[in-house]
Design a binder for this molecule. Sequence first.
Ligand SMILES: CC(C)(COP(=O)(O)OP(=O)(O)OC[C@H]1O[C@@H](n2cnc3c(N)ncnc32)[C@H](O)[C@@H]1OP(=O)(O)O)[C@@H](O)C(=O)NCCC(=O)NCCS
Length: 152
Amino acid sequence: MVNIDKIKESDIGDILKLLEPYVKKGIVLERSREDIMAELSAFFIARDNEKAAGVVSYHDYDNNLFEIRSLVVAEEYARSGIGSALVNHVVTQLRERQPQSRIFALTYVPEFFSKLNFELIDKNYFPEKIWKDCVNCPRVDCCNEIALINRG
Ligand SMILES: CC(C)(COP(=O)(O)OP(=O)(O)OC[C@H]1O[C@@H](n2cnc3c(N)ncnc32)[C@H](O)[C@@H]1OP(=O)(O)O)[C@@H](O)C(=O)NCCC(=O)NCCS
């Protein structure tokens, strides 16, 4: 049975392992142990009994704007609903806190987010995001990620 929980410091090793193959492929941004520690309450882990199966986090940009980040599911659990469960979990948590939340993702899998009530949006909608991470990304001038937003 798969459970989704907030993370503790002791989960960080498993999270780094989950992210690693996708960081290497350039699909998700690298996160350091310190970086995860600093946003511990914004991470959720899916476990199949004790085994780490997936992770997701969010970033709060204030003004009711949140980004889904660091979403990955271990290859062996692909297409078993864990990615959807993780995103739905974050969306529910954020909406309980702030019903007006605007929750976005920058992604190479728009089809996945479309099924979860996210709609396509122009990337220029997100100036904070562009300035915070994109300036340091090697793909800043050739980014082909697609932006989607969930407004509830
Ligand atoms: C994207 C990802 C999180 C999806 O997780 P998952 O647990 O496999 O997804 P789900 O089983 O919940 O998928 C639900 C539906 O989304 C769609 N979907 C899922 N992965 C997809 C993909 N790679 N491409 C296109 N559609 C996809 C499918 O329609 C799927 O339903 P189906 O299996 O009945 O056809 C996972 O493939 C992953 O870790 N990918 C690499 C990292 C990544 O791209 N993260 C997103 C960064 S924003």
